[in-house]
Design a protein. Structure first.
Length: 279
């Protein structure tokens, strides 16, 4: 909030006095609290910065000029209104791959923004929703505008509106259809109302299925299969199995330790393994 006194409207002293300063009183009509300020006199344009620490409500400003004899002029009074405002939220943006690993990406977006209600008229609205994307560590694409969102009154908070948008197979198609499963992507969103813009970076992780079964008979666990490889079973990490003695073993780890060169005898070597004692 800023008070401006143009040079054409400055106070003029009378009877050989001079103007010392302006006395400013700010009154909060809701709480009846008062704040008193003083500002030096000048014959040039005056700009008085009151900061932004105002709660929502109605305020009155009273300004008087004080001369060298401590006389005060008649007050000039102005009223202003402070509206409750918060930037559009971005915490309700959810992106996920179809089935957790496909190249298609579903978007569910919820954002809350301030009504800025003056009387019965809503003065604020969403100006735009945009996004851009990139593989991790790559350059971003150009900004792309999103349309088709719906706006509704927020039942839980009377000063807020709710923006909703879903992009999937049934709602105007997926947001993305080309996110290669082997790569992670960053999608940057910008949601703007008439006053400000909020941004958020959303990570779409690389697509890793719990289990994948291909039409060619390949089965993959914890990974996308390498279709150029003839292996029918492809596993992302070690395999835990129980041997004939009832011991749980990791197969790849056991194979790696089948032949051991060590000064001490292995205590958990696979049956049939070979130990070369180092002297």
């Amino acid at each position: 909030m800023r008070i401006t006194i143009p040079s054409s409207d400055i106070a003029l002293a009378q009877n050989s006095a001079s103007i010392n300063n302006y006395s400013i009183i700010i009154i909060n009509s809701s709480t009846s609290s008062r704040t008193a300020l003083s500002h030096p006199y000048s014959t040039s344009d005056i700009s008085i910065d009151l900061g932004n620490n105002f709660r929502a409500g109605t305020y009155k400003i009273s300004i008087t000029a004080v001369d060298s004899r401590n006389n005060e002029s008649e007050p000039v009074e102005k009223s202003f209104f402070v509206l409750l405002y918060s930037p559009p939220t971005t915490s309700g943006i959810v992106l996920e791959r179809v089935n957790g690993y496909e190249k298609e990406v579903i978007a569910n977006i919820t954002s809350f923004y301030s009504k800025l209600l003056v009387g019965s008229a809503i003065k604020n609205s969403i100006a735009s929703i945009r996004y851009r994307y990139a593989k991790k560590d790559d350059a971003f694409s150009s900004w792309i505008s999103l349309t088709g969102f719906t706006i509704s009154h927020n039942a839980a908070h009377e000063n807020l509106m709710t923006l909703s948008l879903t992009r999937d197979y049934s709602h105007e198609g997926y947001l993305f259809t080309n996110f290669i499963p082997e790569y992670a992507y960053i999608v940057q969103f910008g949601i703007s109302d008439k006053i400000s813009t909020s941004t958020a970076d959303i990570i779409v992780s690389a697509g890793i299925p719990i289990m994948f079964r291909g039409d060619n008979g390949q089965v993959a666990i914890g990974r996308i299969p390498d279709f150029s490889d003839s292996s029918k079973l492809q596993v992302a990490n070690d395999i835990l199995a129980t041997d004939m003695l009832g011991n749980e073993r990791k197969i790849l780890d056991s194979i790696n330790n089948f032949i051991i060169c060590n000064s001490s005898e292995p205590i958990n070597q696979i049956i049939g393994g070979v130990w070369f004692k180092e002297e």
